[in-house]
Design a protein around this ligand. Structure first.
Ligand SMILES: *Cc1c(COP(=O)(O)O)cnc(C)c1O
Length: 230
């Protein structure tokens, strides 16, 4: 059966609305990122036609290739692991880079965006579960990293992102989301110049409702919109 992207999107929006209702939040404070990695450009066009304005990609080459095939104006976030030598290909194409976890990467982003006289919006990725297999600053060194990156003139930190340990039991995931929100609050309380902690990118297909209850402002949903990936 072909997937019905418009129906999937409206089902997810209803679930977002209910999660907001449960937690006393305004649904306008939660933006859905349609994660389209490994999905063809025509599905992205379909989702855009169904009213979805914002998409997330994880692989630089794939992103650039698909972007060229899509004429609909849409907004892109980059959410995947990023090597410094690929940053130049993203220059000026993305509204937000979610996955900055080291100074050297931020420095390269700063250089590339400076060359077009723009400022890149970024999030600091935090490895909340301190998992070996995952990227991200540790909760312990995130403050120092934020302070260093904040000195770069063409990069603006907007908040934090995390990909917590997977668990079938969503109540086991909740504390990780809460920890990210608390970390953002702690950093916000430091009033570091040029640093905003208004954006919390957390929650995926299986756990986005819990993430919303814990304060997510951006949720990154792929499978629940586009179906399983190859
Ligand atoms: C792939 C991916 C997602 C989407 O995951 P789904 O389980 O398909 O919703 C979200 N965030 C990141 C960083 C990803 O790489």
């Amino acid at each position: 059966m072909p997937i019905d992207i418009a129906t999937n999107l409206s089902t997810i929006q209803q679930r977002i609305d209910r999660a907001c209702q449960r937690s006393g939040r305004d649904p306008h404070q939660v933006a859905l990122i349609a994660v389209s990695k490994k999905k063809p450009a025509d599905l992205i066009t379909q989702a855009a036609a169904a009213g979805q304005p914002l998409f997330g990609e994880s692989y630089v080459q794939e992103f650039i290739d698909k972007q060229q095939q899509i004429s609909t104006p849409i907004r892109w976030h980059f959410i995947g692991a990023l090597q410094s030598n690929k940053v130049k290909y993203l220059r000026g194409t993305t509204e937000l880079i979610h996955s900055v976890d080291r100074y050297s990467l931020a420095k390269e982003i700063n250089k590339q965006w400076a060359s077009i006289d723009q400022t890149a919006n970024i999030l600091i990725q935090v490895n909340v579960g301190a998992e070996q297999s995952k990227a991200g600053a540790t909760a312990e060194n995130v403050e120092e990293l934020v302070r260093r990156i904040a000195t770069l003139p063409n990069v603006k930190i907007q908040g934090l992102m995390a990909l917590p340990p997977y668990d079938d039991d969503l109540e086991q995931v909740r504390p990780w989301f809460r920890q990210l929100r608390q970390l953002a609050q702690q950093i916000d309380d430091l009033h570091i110049p040029q640093v905003s902690m208004n954006t919390l990118s957390m929650g995926m297909s299986h756990d986005f409702e819990i993430a919303i209850e814990e304060g997510a402002t951006l949720i990154r949903v792929g499978t629940a919109i586009f179906g399983e990936r190859e």
